[in-house]
Design a protein around this ligand. Structure first.
Ligand SMILES: [Zn+2]
Length: 309
């Protein structure tokens, strides 16, 4: 045995071992720009690629942590309907898919609702987790959304929703399509009660979600480069037989064509939404408050909020 087999070989082996174990723990993420990013670095940057600025998907909890004051919030319990009402099976049983998604995300379904404060304004917030069967909306997600709206109405707090979904859940067929009308009726309740409703459309917001509650906000904000669409680009291209622009269906394109109001980087979402809410709440409150003292107090609160922004 010479020094090569005794020292160099084990060294080389240990180097490879370290590399393979770190791959298993997924400490690194490859961005679309082909850059390898350390996962913690990405999370510290709100999951936005420091090189190309791509906004990676957030889970519901990550979204809440980045959005609420001091990352403090309370997740609300939402009704859970019976699993798999149609006894659906494709290559896998729907019940098995649900089981896997629940293990992976630690959520009972794709939508979570939380309450907390945004720059001292009490808000109810909903978010979709794309890791849960593509953020698809079935009966449980529909229930969660409606429950969130009910909470916002009962507590008179603005309702903010972060969409990120491929659309309705095919394993629940017509029942998932029904959630489109249910959620639209729920949004209507917000409007009847003068409750501000702001939607942040994440990447992607497509299918039935874009055709129902996600595009009915008083103000619609897209995250940069988020795909916002109903049908996919290739489907449309093959139907109209025309070459579509490179940026077709991106948040920027949709904004330029009047589909949404703003495109805002993730790091500015808190300040943008709290500013918008302070304006909307002031207008709405002033419709009802006749007592001058109350108005003065409200103004004081708003100036505090603006400073915080
Ligand atoms: Zn990148």
């Amino acid at each position: 045995m010479n020094w090569i087999t005794k020292f160099i070989k084990p060294k080389i082996k240990s180097l490879f071992k370290k590399r393979s174990s770190s791959t298993k723990e997924a400490l690194w993420i490859t961005c679309d720009c082909k850059n390898l990013i350390y996962k913690d670095e990405l999370l510290n940057n709100l999951s936005v690629c420091p090189t190309c600025g791509f906004h990676h998907k957030l889970t519901c909890e990550e979204r809440f942590k980045t959005f609420f004051d001091n990352s403090q919030y309370e997740i609300l319990e939402t009704p859970i309907p019976k699993d798999d009402p149609l006894n659906f099976q494709d290559v896998k049983k729907y019940t098995d898919r649900l089981k896997l998604a629940r293990e992976k995300t630690k959520q009972s379904d794709a939508i979570l609702i939380a309450q907390g404060k945004l720059n001292e304004i009490e808000v109810t917030v909903g978010a979709q987790n794309f890791n849960f069967i593509g953020g698809s909306v079935g009966s449980a997600s529909g229930e969660a959304f409606v429950h969130g709206v009910q909470q916002a109405v009962d507590k008179k707090t603005p309702f903010i929703f972060f969409s990120c979904s491929g659309g309705q859940r095919m394993m629940e067929s017509a029942i998932s399509l029904m959630q489109m009308t249910r959620t639209v009726v729920a949004v209507n309740e917000l409007k009847k009660n003068n409750i501000p409703y702001i939607v942040v459309l994440g990447n992607p917001t497509t299918g039935g979600v874009s055709a129902s509650f996600a595009t009915l906000g008083d103000i619609l904000i897209g995250e940069p480069k988020a795909v916002i669409a109903f049908a996919g680009k290739r489907v449309i291209q093959n139907t109209v037989k025309e070459t579509l622009p490179e940026d077709f269906q991106t948040a920027e394109f949709v904004k330029d064509h009047g589909g949404i109001d703003l495109v805002v980087e993730r790091k500015y979402l808190r300040s943008t939404i709290s500013t918008l809410l302070s304006i909307l709440l002031k207008k709405k409150e002033s419709q009802f408050i006749s007592n001058n003292d109350d108005v003065t107090n409200l103004d004081k609160n708003l100036s505090k909020t603006s400073k915080a922004v």
